[in-house]
Design a protein around this ligand. Structure first.
Ligand SMILES: *[C@@H]1O[C@H](CO)[C@@H](O)[C@H](O)[C@H]1NC(C)=O
Ligand SMILES: *[C@@H]1O[C@H](CO)[C@@H](O)[C@H](O)[C@H]1NC(C)=O
Ligand SMILES: *[C@@H]1O[C@H](CO)[C@@H](O)[C@H](O)[C@H]1NC(C)=O
Ligand SMILES: *[C@@H]1O[C@H](CO)[C@@H](O)[C@H](O)[C@H]1NC(C)=O
Length: 258
């Protein structure tokens, strides 16, 4: 009876140790964001032995005991991978958009236990400034546009308030977003293009802002001018009519007189 209890206890102990070992080995995938053209380190240390794996390619870099490494295992990453013998980090140099994917750091520093850390890397372009063009300079309709990239949103703001927003999964297009600008508050508008690594804004250009007030006063003056001319015309016309009637009457009188 006693021995059975001890055996159960031992079994339980084994199971718990196995479970906790498994738990520490299968840590959660970490999301990392990269920028095209920059370098990115995977913050998981391999100091004696281990490897870096990428997607379906498997091993792309290997660390051997006594601080030796081979980071040119795969042509695609040749000369773009680096292993730091002090921090133990792998670094991917000059990131490209299609370097996005799943990377796994396998650590076999301790002989008994292999640990792995998985990174989901997403690489983004730094955005260029959006362009605001005037579509109609009288009604002040403008269009903001920017070349589409991964996870870009294009938005119109007035002060802190968002007015409209667009995005698209089709990366082959230019995102564009029209807006009718309220002349009273022109300065408060801005167009913003943003992705997870960058943000660029543009203002409403002057061509729209300056054309309107001058047009309005010009129009007023012209209307006033035509009104004055019309009044003069009416006055002159009625004067002429009056004169004609007078002359006609005088004519009739003189005929009667003869
Ligand atoms: C670590 O790397 C540096 C530069 O890459 C090298 O000069 C140094 O000898 C290395 N240390 C060892 C112990 O290999
Ligand atoms: C936002 O932009 C879309 C696309 O141009 C347009 O159809 C929609 O009317 C706009 N919404 C507002 C609130 O201006
Ligand atoms: C993207 O545009 C290019 C040329 O502008 C075209 O050759 C290609 O087929 C387009 N791709 C898609 C997925 O529409
Ligand atoms: C307004 O737009 C018209 C037609 O696009 C253009 O010919 C004119 O020069 C513009 N006026 C100003 C003040 O920008």
């Amino acid at each position: 009876m006693k021995s059975i209890k001890v055996e159960w206890a031992l079994l339980w102990c084994h199971v718990s140790v196995l479970c906790s070992a498994q738990h520490s080995a299968l840590s959660e995938t970490r999301q990392v964001k990269g920028i095209v053209g920059t370098d990115l380190s995977f913050p998981e240390s391999v100091l004696k032995s281990g490897s870096l794996l990428y997607g379906d390619l498997g091993n792309i870099a290997q660390v051997y005991p006594v601080k030796q490494s081979n980071t040119n295992l795969v042509k695609r990453f040749k000369y773009r991978l680096h292993w730091n013998n002090v921090t133990g980090f792998f670094t991917l140099l000059d990131l490209q958009i299609d370097d996005s994917g799943v990377y796994t750091v396998e650590n076999t520093d301790e002989d008994e236990e292999k640990t792995t850390q998985t990174f989901q890397l997403t690489v983004y372009y730094v955005l260029s400034k959006p362009q605001v063009t005037v579509h109609d300079n009288i009604s002040c309709s403008v269009v903001c546009s920017v070349g589409n990239r991964r996870e870009v949103t294009l938005s119109w703001y007035r002060g802190g308030e968002i007015l409209n927003q667009t995005s698209s999964l089709d990366l082959n297009i230019t995102l564009s977003l029209p807006l009718k600008v309220d002349e009273q508050n022109r300065d408060s508008y801005r167009c913003e293009a943003a992705n997870p690594v960058s943000k660029e804004t543009a203002d409403v250009p002057n061509s729209c802002i300056e054309s309107d007030p001058s047009k309005v006063t010009d129009g007023d003056e012209r209307t006033r001018g035509s009104l004055i001319i019309a009044v003069i015309c009416v006055l002159v016309a009625s004067g002429l009519v009056g004169l004609a009637i007078y002359l006609k009457k005088r004519n009739r009188h003189s005929h009667a007189g003869i």
